[in-house]
Every structure is written in structure tokens, then in C-alpha cells.
Design a protein around this ligand. Structure first.
Ligand code: NCD
Length: 320
């Protein structure tokens, strides 16, 4: 069997860009099995028995790192978390040298988060194992888009034909980029709503509509996806004050009233209450699926780990 015959013919998961609709559907369908499994008392399977997964996170993370760890453990794999603060990177070792060192220990999957766009791809070219991008700079965060898609598909029964608004700091957001690719590929319509300073130039070429007014942009939307202001990536000042930002771009009931009555609210977390979202709206469990997104995250990461390790051939393993 060659890679071309596999239903998911990719060694790594570096981004959503370039994936086919059937490849995305395969990952989502497989995730459904794990949603059910994760709701049982016995959550453990042995799909990854004997496999090693290393989580290498160069940036802060709660949800993504823990859910990859849980995903690996629930599938029976051995999971190791490397905290950069206590690693040789602090002693001046380069990203590539760290990757080569880890590679020599024969991991099966490396999950990497890095502040620089492109760093995870570079690393994937130097190792023999599968690499999953856990977020690289403002580039991509593929498992976040997949978990958002799973949440939407379960709540709305489909993705195709839905009108989705992604709101806030689009410029610095890898979540926005991965979601734009996924939603377009799966046939949804995407709107971006943000101040002019927080939208990348010529973003329309990605097949989205751009709005600078929440009330107009939210009109008739099925899904409202809110984003955090990524201040750690900002060089300079992008808006006058938090108070003004919330007034014009923070999601409250008044702005939400423009969307469909059953519009679903998503947020990848971590949330900044009172900045991009009103606390009451965030906690409105009828409208907001923020907790569900976290649940879906574990299932999606289980599916990704399973499918990528299945793809590694014996030949590749021996070349380690
Ligand atoms: C996102 C990220 O790290 O890009 N968070 C996450 O993975 N749940 C979004 C963010 O940090 O705002």
C-alpha cells in the first residue's frame, strides 16, 4: 500500500490548507467514535499501545496540551510533556537540535506548538515520526479548526451552507486561518468581522467577506466565533482602549440579536471576559458551545493520533 492509497495520505498534520473535504470528513467521522468512548466510565483503548507521543510546547497552553495528553493516554500510548522552561532550549539549543535529540529517542508522534509561523513545518522535515501542529505563530492550528467543525456539525447537523462569522483579532489568529480553510473547503460561507487594524491585507482572496461593523456582519449568521486579542503577538497599538474594543467588537446580547435566533457561539479559549465577549453571553449554555468545544478537542486529537500513527509504515519506523 502506498501513501496515495490511504484515505488520509499525509505523514503529518501541519495545517488544514490543502486537505480535501473527504479527508476532513474522515477525521471528523473518526472523532465521533471517540466522543462516545470518552463518555464511558472506561475510556481506555489500546490503539496506541507501545507508541510514544511527545508534546513539545514552546508557548503557553492549557486546553491543547492537556487534551493531546489525555488523547494519547486514552488510546494507551506513552505521553511525555516537555516544558521548554526546563529544557535545553533554555541553554541555547536550537529548535532543530532539540528535534534531532528527540528523534533519536524514536517517538511516533511529536505535537509541537511554536510562536513562529513555519517552525513546525521546518521541524517536520528533520524527523522520522509524524508531526502535529499544535499552533504555529499566526499561521495554523489545525486541530482547533477540526474540533470547531465537529462541534458545529454535531449541533447543526452539517457544515455546508452555514453562514459563519469569525470575529476579533483575525490578523494574529492561527485559529481564524485554519477555520477559514476548513469552512471554505466544507462549503460554509465565511465572514470576518474586525477593526481595520486587525484584518490582514487582501484576506478576501481566501474567499471570505469582510465587515468592520458587528451589527452588519452578524446579520443572519448561524455561527458566531469569537477570538481573543492575541496581545503576545502584537507589536504596537491596534485599538484605542479595551473599553472601546468591547463597545464596538465585544459580543453582547445586543449585537448577538442580529444573528439567527439559534446562532451558536464558539470561542477557542482562553477567553478574556469583558474584552471580546460579555461574561453573561459566554455562560449562556443554551447559546454557547464553549464547553463542548473542549470536549470535542479530546476526541479530535484521538482521531488525529490514531490516523497518523496508522500511516507510519514499518519501513519509516526502521529508518529511525
Ligand atoms: C488558541 C491558540 O492557542 O491559538 N487557543 C487554543 O489553542 N485553545 C487561541 C488563543 O490563544 O487565543
Amino acid at each position: 500500500m502506498t501513501a496515495g492509497d490511504l484515505p488520509f495520505p499525509h505523514r503529518h498534520l501541519l495545517g488544514i490548507e490543502g486537505l480535501l473535504p473527504e479527508e476532513i470528513s474522515l477525521l471528523l467521522d473518526r472523532s465521533e467514535t471517540y466522543v462516545e468512548q470518552n463518555r464511558q466510565a472506561d475510556k481506555k483503548k489500546s490503539v496506541l499501545r507501545g507508541r510514544t507521543i511527545i508534546n513539545l510546547f514552546f508557548e503557553a497552553s492549557t486546553r491543547t496540551r492537556i487534551s493531546f495528553e489525555l488523547a494519547g493516554k486514552r488510546l494507551g500510548g506513552d505521553v511525555i510533556n516537555i516544558s521548554v522552561a526546563f529544557s535545553s532550549i533554555k541553554k541555547g539549543e536550537t529548535l532543530i537540535d532539540t528535534a534531532m535529540t528527540l528523534n533519536a529517542m524514536h517517538p511516533d508522534v511529536l505535537v509541537v506548538r511554536h510562536p513562529d509561523s513555519g517552525a513546525v513545518k521546518l521541524l517536520s522535515e528533520k524527523v522520522n515520526c509524524a508531526v502535529i501542529n499544535g499552533g504555529d505563530g499566526s499561521h495554523e492550528h489545525p486541530t482547533q479548526a477540526l474540533l470547531d467543525a465537529l462541534t458545529i456539525r454535531r449541533r447543526k447537523g452539517r457544515i455546508s451552507g452555514l453562514l459563519v462569522a469569525i470575529c476579533g483579532d483575525i490578523l494574529h489568529s492561527r485559529v481564524a486561518r485554519s477555520n477559514i480553510h476548513l469552512l471554505n473547503t466544507m462549503g460554509a460561507r465565511v465572514r470576518l468581522i474586525a477593526p481595520r487594524t486587525l484584518i490582514p491585507e487582501d484576506v478576501e482572496r481566501l474567499g471570505v467577506e469582510v465587515f468592520h461593523d458587528m451589527n452588519k456582519g452578524l446579520a443572519d449568521c448561524d455561527i458566531v466565533m469569537m477570538l481573543r486579542l492575541q496581545s503576545e503577538r502584537m507589536r504596537g497599538s491596534f485599538f484605542p482602549s479595551i473599553r472601546e474594543y468591547f463597545r464596538f467588537f465585544g459580543l453582547d446580547y445586543e449585537k448577538l440579536a442580529n444573528a439567527k435566533d439559534d446562532a451558536l457561539i464558539l470561542h477557542p479559549g482562553p477567553m478574556n471576559r469583558g474584552v471580546e465577549i460579555d461574561s453573561v453571553v459566554a455562560d449562556d449554555f443554551g447559546r454557547s458551545a464553549i464547553g463542548e468545544q473542549v470536549e470535542m478537542g479530546v476526541a479530535v486529537r484521538m482521531a488525529c493520533l490514531e490516523i497518523l500513527t496508522r500511516n507510519l509504515t514499518e519501513q519509516e519506523r526502521r529508518n529511525l
